[in-house]
Design a protein around this ligand. Structure first.
Ligand SMILES: CC(C)(COP(=O)(O)OP(=O)(O)OC[C@H]1O[C@@H](n2cnc3c(N)ncnc32)[C@H](O)[C@@H]1OP(=O)(O)O)[C@@H](O)C(=O)NCCC(=O)NCCS
Length: 189
């Protein structure tokens, strides 16, 4: 199995999607996603007010990729260039062979299994080409859609951090998830 070494950005294909590198020209599309409070409320907590914030995010993702700390993909429907979501590893701890996934999707595309399809591809890439042994994720306990995406793929609930963060005048619980390579392989047999 070939390990990924950052020489070329890995494009991932699924039945309906192409996951590709985010480009400066995707700023407007990313703003459409992150400018929607319904998308950000359980995630970053705050919707972007300007396209510049989306440009800054794309630059930050690119810098983290160049530093070989992160890899995040722009999600497009096959045959279309418009970015409808993002998905990828927010960190990668080489020593532990462990990475953390995060994602978000434009509201118009919710409820069609898109993110489950994208995260599955990213998880497979992590186990098969990043050499990961463990993939972790966390979600606001109120974020049922996100916890469902993780559970469908086989992530286990590993714990709940009570009142882990403060937002919009209240404390909120955070659910922790993990998926081990051996469990993933068992599940896909
Ligand atoms: C979370 C998110 C990525 C899901 O994307 P998606 O493509 O709609 O997800 P999928 O269609 O693959 O799966 C969603 C699952 O949650 C279920 N679901 C969605 N909303 C739900 C709700 N309010 N109550 C119960 N189940 C719900 C769906 O029925 C589906 O499960 P099923 O396939 O068993 O029916 C999307 O809602 C999103 O971008 N949310 C905002 C950003 C975010 O929360 N990111 C994650 C931060 S941890």
């Amino acid at each position: 199995m070939e390990l990924f070494d950052f020489t070329a950005f890995p494009v991932l294909n699924t039945p309906r999607l192409t996951l590709r590198q985010l480009l400066p020209s995707d700023a407007e599309a990313v703003f459409q996603i992150r400018g929607d409070y319904e998308v950000t409320k359980y995630n970053t907590g705050k919707a972007y007010a300007t396209v510049q914030e989306a440009s800054d995010l794309i630059s930050a993702i690119e810098s983290a990729y160049q530093a070989q700390n992160e890899i995040r993909w722009g999600i497009t429907r096959k045959g279309h260039s418009l970015v409808i979501g993002m998905c990828g590893y927010n960190y990668w701890v080489r020593h532990d062979r462990r990475g953390s996934v995060g994602y978000d999707l434009a509201r118009a595309h919710w409820g069609q299994g898109i993110m489950s399809e994208a995260v599955r591809a990213v998880v497979e890439f992590g186990f098969n080409h990043m050499g990961l042994n463990r993939i972790e994720a966390d979600a606001d306990a109120r974020n049922v859609a996100s916890t469902r995406v993780l559970e469908k793929i086989g992530f286990q609930r590993e714990g709940l951090q009570r009142e882990q963060f403060y937002e919009v005048g209240a404390f909120h619980d955070l659910v922790l998830f993990g998926l081990l390579k051996r469990d993933y392989l068992k599940g896909s047999l």
